[in-house]
Design a binder for this molecule. Structure first.
Ligand code: SAH
Ligand code: DHB
Ligand code: MG
Length: 229
């Protein structure tokens, strides 16, 4: 009962009984698969948790979300559903093919007005996003899910664009357990570990991380709460 096949079957069961993705969300995954995008989107049960976190953290006001790493827009769509009227997800994607398909998937879901897909390498688009946030107000939630090497840099940028009470969620922080290897030469693992050390040393935040199993194997995500400025 403790193998990848069981994890995937249980995920399937939980998604069907509790999560209940809608037609547009299923269509987005089908279109992404047909276009040959890698199947590295969040699972539906993780996506729905992101939606619920957005709802909880925005406190009845229109939500503002920043996502780094769009792919086909699956996680984007979940978070957009949590925004409330007038809210916005800004999502950053460097691959023009991914960005184009995401826009299509998002439009099909009726979420075009709630989402802005910004094309470009995140470290190049983030300074502009931060300048805008300084004008328009902070993000309620940031979801970091692009290249793992740059998680520390994305975390630093995120801290400039949030308020006390905001959440920063970081995907893929367990990597089949590889994260505990202090001598790892894997740049992704090193990125995650450096991020963890930064969080541990940062007085403005408090954090936890949850290990996950399912159709994507064994991984995990971190949730960072901003508690001070
Ligand atoms: N959040 C998505 C999955 C994102 S996969 C979901 O759960 O549905 C990671 C995405 O980040 C890929 O589409 C990849 O092209 C993009 N990416 C990788 N490095 C990037 C960078 N430096 N800047 C912007 N996007 C990047
Ligand atoms: C990869 C990236 C992800 O964001 C993810 O959730 C799973 C895998 C990857 O690049 O392999
Ligand atoms: Mg991920």
């Amino acid at each position: 009962m403790n193998d990848e096949k069981t994890w995937a079957a249980v995920e399937d069961y939980l998604v069907k009984t509790l999560v209940q993705p809608d037609e547009a969300q299923r269509a987005a995954l089908a279109a992404s698969e047909a276009a040959g995008l890698p199947a590295i989107n969040v699972t539906a049960n993780h996506g729905k948790l992101l939606m619920m976190l957005v709802r909880a953290v925005r406190g009845g006001r229109p939500g503002k979300v920043l996502e780094i790493g769009t792919l086909g827009g699956f996680s984007t769509m979940w978070m957009a559903r949590g925004l409330g009227g007038g809210g916005k997800v800004i999502t950053l994607e460097m691959d023009p093919r991914h960005a184009a398909l995401a826009r299509k998937n998002i439009a099909r879901a009726g979420l075009a007005d709630a989402v802005e897909v910004r094309e470009g390498v995140a470290l190049e688009t983030l300074p502009g996003i931060a300048a805008e946030a300084a004008q328009d107000g902070p993000f309620d939630l940031v979801f970091i899910d692009a290249d793992k090497v740059n998680i520390p840099a994305y975390f630093e940028w995120s801290l400039k664009m949030v308020r006390v009470g905001s959440l920063i969620v970081v995907d893929n922080v367990v990597r089949e357990g590889a994260v505990i290897d202090a001598n790892s030469r894997d740049e992704s693992v090193r990125g995650v570990r450096r991020f963890n050390d930064m969080v541990a040393a940062e007085r403005r935040v408090t954090a936890t991380a949850i290990q996950t199993v399912g159709s994507k194997g064994y991984d995990g995500f971190a949730v960072v709460e901003v508690v001070g400025d």
